[in-house]
Design a protein around this ligand. Structure first.
Ligand code: ATP
Ligand code: MG
Length: 426
């Protein structure tokens, strides 16, 4: 039986009463109400606060249509086609205001709800009530609505109880919900890592059964999701879970792991490195991570009889990125960054003549050096090249000359034959 508005009122936890919400979000809700509309804080911000996490942004839900919201707020813009909503902004903040959606099954013929033959929702713009809006949200913990002016929490799907029990529960049959929008399976994995929640059994089953539908999602949306999954401090955990659910292949173009222990070790090292950098508030770029995640694929395309074929190596770079583009739309600005890191791996190893001086000044030197250290970390046959560069950076000019002299003396035979850890090319 559907809960009425009154029944769905939950006892408001103290944390919400005492929370400091973003001033812009409060201002928006006040203005909406003044204009005769409803306005609630909803989704991730309420869920995170109740789980003891600082929210990264504040989303608002209202019964005002996007056009009505747009009229109320001077600094606002309507965005989206599949899912139209309004961005209301101040100088340093942006709030998403979305209009209540109706349960789409109510009106199958409405042109504002469009599904493809696999059941995927292509357009979802039928306005509804608060109760209806709850039903189309993905998980119970994401369907909590809070009125910060009256301190009232609305909970139609036991979201509060599920937060306490630390479990991710789908609203409605998860297999149908994942057909409507396959990205929900990635969201389930992402939230379980972020919140440290269990995934309920029926949701797990739905990921196994409907995961393949991720192949139908646009590469632009997949790239957005890629960034949320891998650039928000739980990259390693998400990677492992995605792999165990068999859906990693929809995000990363990689080779089978069972035969290549190096690949997994190296990718794990890069993911841990990303997580650690974020935890230390250092910058991260999807470019670096993508370069690392695709490295095994590039090695695969460049090898010849267990050695590196230089011509293949350079020729395969664009192709490797292009194959990844089919899955996730990696912005063009990262392409040359990724290729620079890859090409520099060769130069960092060969260190011919006076090249090391030039390499030190290369704008991507630091990234390429970090990349090399991660490769060494994952390799069985350490070659000490990372250490050599650590020393070469630190030491004074006479020291540098001496290091290069010793390197030259220690060499015999063609340099390119020695490239790489053999495991990478096996
Ligand atoms: P975070 O912002 O931390 O990633 P979030 O839950 O706020 O998490 P958003 O993508 O900002 O995620 O979406 C806001 C809310 O909109 C969600 O909490 C959920 O209620 C609803 N929502 C978002 N995407 C979907 C979806 N694909 N299917 C159903 N509901 C969704
Ligand atoms: Mg959000």
């Amino acid at each position: 039986m559907k809960k009425t508005n009154k029944q769905s009122r939950a006892r408001t936890p103290r944390v919400l009463k005492e929370s400091k919400f973003s001033p812009l979000s409060i201002e928006i809700i006040k203005k909406l109400k003044k204009s005769g509309f409803q306005g609630y804080l909803v989704g991730g911000c309420i869920r995170d606060l109740l789980s003891g996490i600082t929210p990264k942004d504040f989303d608002i839900s209202t019964n005002a249509t996007p056009e009505e919201v747009r009229k109320i707020f001077k600094s606002s813009r309507i965005i989206g086609k599949r899912f139209r909503l309004v961005h209301v902004f101040s100088r340093n903040e942006l709030i998403e205001v979305s209009t209540f959606r109706a349960n789409i099954s109510r009106d199958e013929n409405n042109s504002e709800v469009l599904k493809d033959s696999a059941g995927k929702i292509l357009r979802d713009n039928v306005w509804g009530t608060l109760e209806e809006d709850c039903i189309r949200r993905d998980f119970s913990v994401n369907a909590l609505y809070f009125d910060p002016l009256q301190n009232i929490l609305y909970d139609f799907h036991n979201g509060l109880e599920h937060i306490q029990k630390k479990v991710l529960v789908s609203i409605g049959d998860p297999q149908l919900r994942f057909e409507e929008d396959p990205v929900r399976s990635l969201r389930a994995i992402r939230f379980s890592s972020k919140l440290n929640f269990k995934i309920s059994n029926d949701v797990k089953e739905a990921i196994y059964k409907k995961g393949h539908l991720l192949g139908n999602i646009s590469n632009a949306r997949m790239f957005d999701e890629f960034c949320k999954i891998f650039l928000t401090k739980q990259a390693l955990e998400n990677f492992k879970k995605l792999n165990s659910f068999g859906v990693l292949k929809y995000l990363i173009n990689t080779r089978e792991y069972n035969e290549h222990t190096f690949d997994l070790k190296f990718q794990h090292a890069a993911l841990i490195n990303t997580d650690n950098r974020l935890k230390a508030s250092k910058s991260v770029t999807p470019g670096f991570l993508i370069a690392a995640l695709l490295w095994p694929k590039l090695m695969d395309a460049s090898k010849e009889k267990g050695n590196l074929n230089l011509r293949k190596f350079f020729r395969s770079m664009d192709g490797t990125i292009r194959e990844q583009q089919v899955l996730t739309a990696v912005p063009r600005k990262f392409h040359s960054y990724i290729k620079d890191i890859w090409s520099l791996q060769l130069k960092l190893e060969t260190r011919l003549g006076h090249q090391p001086y030039k390499i030190l000044n290369h704008p991507r030197f630091r990234a390429a050096y970090d990349f090399l250290l991660l490769r060494e970390e994952a390799a069985k046959d350490k070659q000490g090249i990372g250490d050599w560069w650590t020393q070469f950076q630190k030491i004074n000019r006479p020291g540098k000359i001496e290091l290069l002299k010793r390197l030259k003396e220690s060499r015999s035979g063609p340099v390119e034959k020695k490239f790489g850890f053999l495991e990478e090319l096996s």
